[in-house]
Design a protein around this ligand. Structure first.
Ligand code: APR
Length: 247
């Protein structure tokens, strides 16, 4: 059973963190929800309105590239209209006191970077870049929101969204694993922990390391003896965490 916190100070007041400590923040769609980006599995989430297998798999891409491109063009158009929220800003504040802070995100948006976060590792790719379908898999920045059929890399191969689709390898996973296994505190924000291997990162923290879940709903993950759940939205939880860590 995860321990439910009434206040984050119950956890932080007894922590032995110092400015050299390694804090890792693992984020999911709930991190960006207050910016206006839909989550995937909540009511009215993206996967209620789209079938994963139609838009987010290599089979979908092989079947209907235009449909897949259109789905991600819509996501990109929306991303260009939103901005980082108070939760993203609070994490940037925490980084000022804990320069080793590392964000590992499942999100494909760039809101952490736009808020000013320095160390961000994207597990599931990035919406604002494309990737060559050729052997080199070169990555390009996408200017504006549209990626279209006929947009090619310098070797003439069609560009695809630079997204890790269901069933694909997660190239950044090894790096994430190594970071998480050395951290002093793992903060998990706004993810249902339903998708693997991303969710399995929680299994790799050391036995002494506390894991703090900030999410209005309790994610179903169980495992470590040191999992604490603070039921709150990202902005509320992270502003409170920043206040405690920086005081
Ligand atoms: N603040 C914090 N958490 C929130 C908020 C909020 N304002 N609103 C919703 N949440 C929480 C929900 O309670 C839920 O636990 O965010 C979580 C969203 O879960 P999912 O929709 O499953 O998103 P995520 O866990 O990021 O999905 C993982 O699945 O399809 C994919 O590749 C996609 O990276 C994504 C992966």
């Amino acid at each position: 059973m995860n321990k439910r916190l009434n206040s984050i100070s119950e956890l932080i007041s007894r922590s032995t963190l110092n400015h050299e400590s390694s804090i890792v923040v693992f984020t999911g769609a709930g991190m960006s929800a207050e910016s206006g980006i839909s989550t995937f599995r909540d009511q009215n989430g993206l996967w209620e309105n789209h079938r994963v297998e139609d838009v987010a798999s290599i089979e979908a891409w092989d079947r209907n590239r235009a449909l897949v491109l259109d789905f991600y063009n819509q996501r990109r158009r929306q991303l260009l209209q939103v901005k980082p929220n108070k939760g993203h800003e609070a994490l940037v504040n925490i980084e000022k006191g804990f320069p080793n802070l590392q964000v590992i995100t499942q999100n494909v948006d760039d809101l952490h970077e736009r808020a000013g976060q320095t160390n961000v590792l994207h597990l599931h790719g990035q919406l604002r870049t494309s990737r060559s379908t050729g052997p080199g898999q070169e990555v390009y920045h996408i200017n504006g929101s549209e990626l279209s059929m006929g947009d090619t890399c310098s070797n003439g191969f069609q560009l695809r969204p630079n997204i890790v689709w269901f069933g694909e390898m997660v190239p950044a996973f090894e790096e994430a694993l190594s970071i998480v296994s050395q951290c002093d505190l793992l903060i998990v924000v706004g993810t249902s922990l339903a998708v693997y291997p991303a969710a399995s990162l929680l299994n790799y923290v050391s036995a002494q390391t506390d894991i703090l879940l900030i999410d209005p709903n309790e994610p179903s993950f169980r495992g470590s003896k040191h999992i604490y759940h603070f039921p709150a939205k990202a902005s509320h939880g992270l502003v409170e965490l920043a206040r405690l860590l920086m005081s």
